[in-house]
Each structure stands twice: as structure tokens, then as C-alpha cells.
Design a protein around this ligand. Structure first.
Ligand code: MN
Length: 208
């Protein structure tokens, strides 16, 4: 069964003014769709792989036949990363969106980074420095929260790390509104983070 693009869980304009509707249309309808089309094409002769969740495939890239491994890494990664990305954001002004996390995640951020502001600063600075296209991530590694980056559409899942939160710093994610100002986009992005969803992902990471 081929992978399909799920609709955005909110309106295209719901993240305004921090992420504009035109960027969301292009990013979701064109870029994410292209990753899905490409991974489906790569898997067309591998129905046993195509029937599995895409996260399973990129969690064990060595199990993917060599001839399609790069296509699955890039496009399966793109499908997985963007699926997470839409879901960890939410409409500006709704409960749990923007502001700061609460509960266990907040306590763990304070324990491992000092406080929430220091965490955000670390995330923004680390991710701003990712050379070229890629992602910034919050992961739980050996019991400690860490900020890492990956190039291209590489997923932390391929390193055995569950992504708690990730921000897309491909230019397609921000160029229409922020042009070359990636740091401004990184600062603005926290206004659309859905902490309810990120907290659920933290709980999942903590169980692994
Ligand atoms: Mn993207």
C-alpha cells in the first residue's frame, strides 16, 4: 500500500504571522507530497517494505536493499520528518501552543539545560549553524535531553534516537517570509510549537 499525504491538522493560515499560509501550501502540498511520491516510487517493487510504517524503514536503513537505500533515506526521511513537523505545531493562540512546556518535559528541560530560555537559545544557535539543508532536533540520548542537527532529511531514528521535537531549516520552510534570516525564523517558530504534542513525544521517548 502506498503512503499518502495526510491533510494538515489545522488551516494553512493557522500559523500566521509566524509561518505564512503560502509557505504552508508549498511546504505541505508540494514538498511533502514529493517526498511521498518519491518513496512510493522507490518501493514500488518492494510491497513487503511499503506495507510497513515509514518510521520502521528509516530506523533500520541497513535492512533496505542497497539499490533503494538512499531514496528511502532521503524521501522516507522526508515523509517521516514532515509528518512529525505538522503535528508538533498548532494554531496560534490555542491551548498548549507557544509559551513554555509544562509537567515532566518542563522539569527535564530544567534539569538538563538549566531553564527553558537556555534550552531555546541552545536549540536556536545549534540549528542556525547547520550548514545547508537539514533539521534541528530535541532527543533523549542515554537519559539526557540533547539538541542535535542532521543534514538533508536524515532522521534521528536512523541513529536510534526518537525525535521529541524538530524544526525544518531547509530554505523551503522559511525563505518566502524570512529570506536569508534563518535565526529570525528559529526565534519565531517557538510561537507555533504545540507543547501538548511534544510532551506526548517526550513520554514516548522516555519509554524507549
Ligand atoms: Mn521541509
Amino acid at each position: 500500500m502506498a503512503y499518502e499525504l495526510a491533510p494538515l491538522p489545522y488551516d494553512y493560515a493557522a500559523l500566521e504571522p509566524f509561518i505564512d499560509a503560502e509557505t504552508m501550501h508549498l511546504h505541505h502540498d508540494k514538498h511533502h507530497q514529493a517526498y511521498i511520491n518519491n518513496v512510493n516510487t522507490a518501493l514500488v517493487n518492494h510491497p513487503e517494505l511499503a506495507s510497513r510504517p515509514v518510521d520502521d524503514l528509516i530506523s533500520d536503513l541497513n535492512a533496505i536493499p542497497e539499490g533503494i537505500r538512499t531514496a528511502v533515506r532521503n524521501n522516507g526521511g522526508g515523509h517521516s520528518n514532515h509528518t512529525m513537523f505538522w503535528n508538533i505545531m498548532g494554531p496560534v493562540g490555542s491551548a498548549g501552543v507557544g509559551g513554555a512546556p509544562t509537567g515532566d518535559l518542563a522539569s527535564k528541560i530544567n534539569a538538563d539545560f538549566g531553564d527553558f530560555e537556555t534550552f531555546k537559545k541552545t536549540f536556536n544557535e545549534t540549528t542556525a549553524k547547520q550548514f545547508g539543508s537539514g533539521w534541528g532536533w530535541l532527543v533523549l540520548d542515554a537519559g539526557k535531553l540533547k539538541v542535535i542537527t542532521t543534514a538533508n532529511q536524515d532522521s534521528p531514528l536512523s541513529q536510534g534516537l526518537y525525535p521529541i521535537l524538530g524544526n525544518d531549516v531547509w530554505e523551503h520552510a522559511y525563505y518566502l517570509k524570512y529570506q536569508n534570516r534563518r535565526p529570525d525564523y528559529l526565534v519565531a517558530w517557538w510561537n507555533v510549537v504545540n507543547w501538548n504534542e511534544v510532551s506526548k513525544r517526550f513520554a514516548t521517548a522516555a519509554r524507549k
